[in-house]
Design a binder for this molecule. Structure first.
Ligand code: BTN
Length: 259
């Protein structure tokens, strides 16, 4: 099976207005920002890179993109699918749900799900991550990194223990064009669901949440909050049962969440 990306095929079948492909970029999110600052291009635009030299994760994290992985960013206007401002904070969660749906078929029999706020995990290892950055005018930069055929042996050593790839999980090289086509299809659907019925998207995310019942520690501002995870609320909040009762968190970083 070929590992090359057939961008023409993706152009033919997707709801995306245009697709930019690059052999190498610092970060597809950075490229999306540069395009947005150039003016008012027709959206959505998808930027795909074979390699990223400075891929970014949430917070101070980096994102390693080896050959054979998928790194892409959608630059879009959330008003176009009709996502109201109050629910735009759930865009990363919608993207994570779309990733789960896109890979579920090839991972049949495996439990693939979410770690709040928007990581995709299988068998205790991270398969994909999402980095959404909003622009002041409301346009959104939605970056997705998905480990497909990239070799973890070439990754920074710490990833060997914590990450996984579709190829590793299935035992065979995956068709990245099909994976990306499925991802785009499910992304359109999840963003549409977020527009039409945000709470149903939140409930779906809760069903996919793999952290139910686990002790978690959330760094929220300067505080560490410990509690038992009671899933994801319909509005996207992380629900923690703490000694002071159920608490709802819309931001923060999970610490010691080994998966
Ligand atoms: C995370 O897990 O912390 C988020 C990782 C997001 C990585 C993707 S790869 C495509 C896009 N470009 C970037 O620089 N980051 C995102």
């Amino acid at each position: 099976m070929s590992d090359s990306l057939d961008i023409e095929r993706l152009r033919g079948q997707s709801w995306i207005r245009s697709i930019e492909y690059h052999d190498s970029l610092t970060s597809t999110n950075d490229r999306a920002r540069a395009i947005a600052l150039e003016g008012e291009p027709e959206l959505p635009i998808l930027i795909v890179a074979q390699r990223q030299t400075a891929g970014r994760g949430r917070g101070q994290n980096r994102w390693w993109t080896g050959d054979g992985g998928l790194a892409c960013t959608l630059l879009f206007d959330p008003q176009e699918p009709g996502i109201v401002p109050r629910y735009q904070a759930m865009i990363p969660l919608a993207a994570a749900v779309a990733i789960v749906d896109a890979v579920a078929k090839s991972l049949a029999g495996r439990q693939v799900g979410l770690h709040w706020p928007n990581d995709v995990f299988v068998a205790g290892r991270k398969l994909a991550g999402v980095l959404v950055e909003g622009l002041p005018d409301g346009r959104q930069i939605l970056g997705i990194g998905l480990n497909v055929n990239n070799a973890l042996a070439e990754a920074p050593p710490e990833l060997a223990e914590t990450a996984t790839t579709l190829a590793e999980l299935t035992g065979s090289v995956q068709d990245r064009t099909e994976v990306l086509a499925a991802l785009l299809w499910h992304l359109e659907s999840a963003l549409g669901q977020l527009a039409a019925n945000p709470e149903s998207l939140g409930r779906r995310a809760d069903q996919l949440c793999l952290q139910h019942g686990r002790p978690l520690c959330l760094r929220s501002g300067s505080q560490d909050v410990r509690g038992i995870c009671r899933g994801i609320a319909p509005d996207g909040a992380l629900v923690l049962e703490t000694p002071a009762g159920y608490k709802y968190y819309y931001s923060g970083v999970l610490v010691h969440d080994a998966g």
